[in-house]
Unconditional design. Sequence first.
Length: 156
Amino acid sequence: MTMINRSPSSPSEDAREGSAPRLDHVGILVRDLELATTRWQSRFNVSIAHTFEAPSLAIRATFLAIASANIELYTIDDPKVLDLALGRASAKLDHIALRFDGNARELDLAGCTIRGPGRPDPIGAPFLIADSEHVWTEPPGIDVLLQLITPTESTP
């Protein structure tokens, strides 16, 4: 197997120009947030970077600090929705979150269904969390659930 070595000292031209997204976190949907958090902390000696709750979406999350990004362990406090998303599993790799420096209008989302976290139904507008807009989508040809994070128009 041939490995391509792309040295961090020679990033792609897009990355040098600042237009390439940054890995923000990897999201893992879990059935028991407290148990999963404890297991990650004890097994990998990671600390909690921060927590998040969105009662209107019935979502709670713990972000674990690792060297290059965060791991988001999250759960849905609606048993029917959680069972639909997880089936019989206790956890599943759910999404990769990319943070962009530009506005969401600059992204090519043609053919993408924009939806919310942990749900298959389309949404009409991005979710505003802190100073960023968030959407979840599976772009055709990429076929992996991505959470796209962009600054709001008022964010410098």
